[in-house]
Design a protein around this ligand. Structure first.
Ligand code: SF4
Length: 364
């Protein structure tokens, strides 16, 4: 029954969406291209990040690495530097790893089918669908948060979108709705509708090109859908960060690969120190963990850093010493041992996460 309804809906939906998109799409730098490399980079950057934030990063990234070969040949450290501030750094590491794979094993050429694309390291079903449809015209769907919202409203699906079974159902529906021709434009159009018209709160149904097809609108359910059970509260972590300054230089340590902030540089941070710390205790930690003797130490106002599933509470100390010593012992961070150290005039000299830059700003 659902299959029949979807078949009827498909033609009308794709026709309306595609004509609306041709007139109303936002002019974004990754549009008007079928280059799989550019589409891939934009899709990875857009994961968990707003379009307005991505635009300047994308333009700068593409300027530095105009091809998959150039990206593969770049040092990871440089790629992470260009990514600095965009967050979720594992995306940059995965992008770089996959570029190397494509150049090593595929002579720099992207495969054209979803199945082959999904066999590449770090490319999932959504990204494979976007590349296969937009770059190669394959009739395969995409399903991101925007598409989920549009589909659940169009079809008035009351199921919990946080449940894996609903996700499977929505992929099946998306599969049936994607047209055999112009699938790439259709996919971009449905995502654009979710991003600009069918908004999470207060959708603009009055100017929606598919209003006449929308069951949620007909039943006044648009503000009640999609249904999503509340996510668990983010886990709280406390840690101690010490900023050590010597002769105008700051000590940065390099994190090990993998996990949060993989291979990024940061001020020495101790995740095992969770209780409030005195100046004496902080100086003692610097001495015992790093082998450094500081002349003075003062507290900096604490910082909170919010990630999707975790909240980090940082207590911060700013210590000074006369000269940077030539060596030091590398302490453990929250996932193994720090890999390297550097004394830098500006934190921007190394790829750092947002929290390191925020702490640096607090010192002024
Ligand atoms: S009519 Fe409203 S709820 Fe339905 S798809 Fe359009 S914007 Fe979304």
């Amino acid at each position: 029954m659902r299959g029949k309804k979807l078949a009827l809906l498909q033609k009308s939906l794709s026709h309306r969406l595609i004509s609306w998109f041709s007139a109303h799409q936002r002019p974004l730098p990754w549009r008007q291209t079928t280059d799989p490399y550019l589409i891939w980079v934009s899709e990875i950057m857009l994961q968990q990040t707003q379009v307005a934030t991505v635009v300047p990063y994308f333009s700068r990234f593409i300027l530095h690495y105009p091809s998959v070969h150039r990206l593969a040949a770049a040092p990871l450290e440089e790629v992470l530097s260009l990514w600095a501030g965009l967050g979720y750094y594992s995306r940059a590491t995965r992008l770089h790893r996959c570029a190397k794979f494509i150049c090593t094993y595929r002579n720099g050429r992207f495969p054209s089918t979803r199945t082959e694309l999904m066999a590449l390291p770090g490319i999932g079903r959504y990204t494979a669908g976007a590349i296969a449809s937009i770059a190669f015209g394959q009739s395969v769907p995409v399903l991101d948060g925007n598409v989920i919202r549009v589909l659940t409203r169009l079809l008035a699906i009351p199921d919990d979108i946080a449940a894996p079974v609903t996700h499977t159902l929505l992929w099946a529906i998306a599969d049936q709705l994607v047209p055999s021709a112009h699938a790439g434009t259709y996919n971009q159009a449905i995502m654009e509708l979710g991003a600009t018209v069918c908004l999470p709160r207060h959708p603009h149904c009055g100017r929606c090109p598919v209003q006449g097809l929308c069951l949620a609108h007909r039943r006044s359910l648009q503000n009640a859908l999609p249904v999503k059970t509340a996510a668990p509260r983010p886990r709280k972590s406390h840690c101690l960060t010490v900023v050590i300054e010597a002769a105008g230089k700051f000590l940065l340590l390099k994190r090990p690969p993998g996990g949060l902030w993989s291979s990024l540089w940061e001020f020495p941070t101790f995740h095992t120190i969770t209780e409030p710390t005195t100046a004496n205790r902080a100086a003692h930690i610097i001495r015992s963990a790093l082998g450094l003797y500081v002349n003075s130490i003062r507290p900096i106002s604490p910082l909170r850093h919010q990630l999707t599933h975790r909240t980090f509470e940082y207590q911060i100390w700013h210590a000074r010493m006369d000269m940077p010593p030539p060596g030091l012992s590398l302490p453990d961070c929250d996932r193994g041992q720090y890999q390297d150290f550097a004394w830098v005039h500006a934190v921007a000299e190394r790829p750092c996460g947002a929290i390191t830059r925020k702490i640096r700003e607090r010192l002024c």
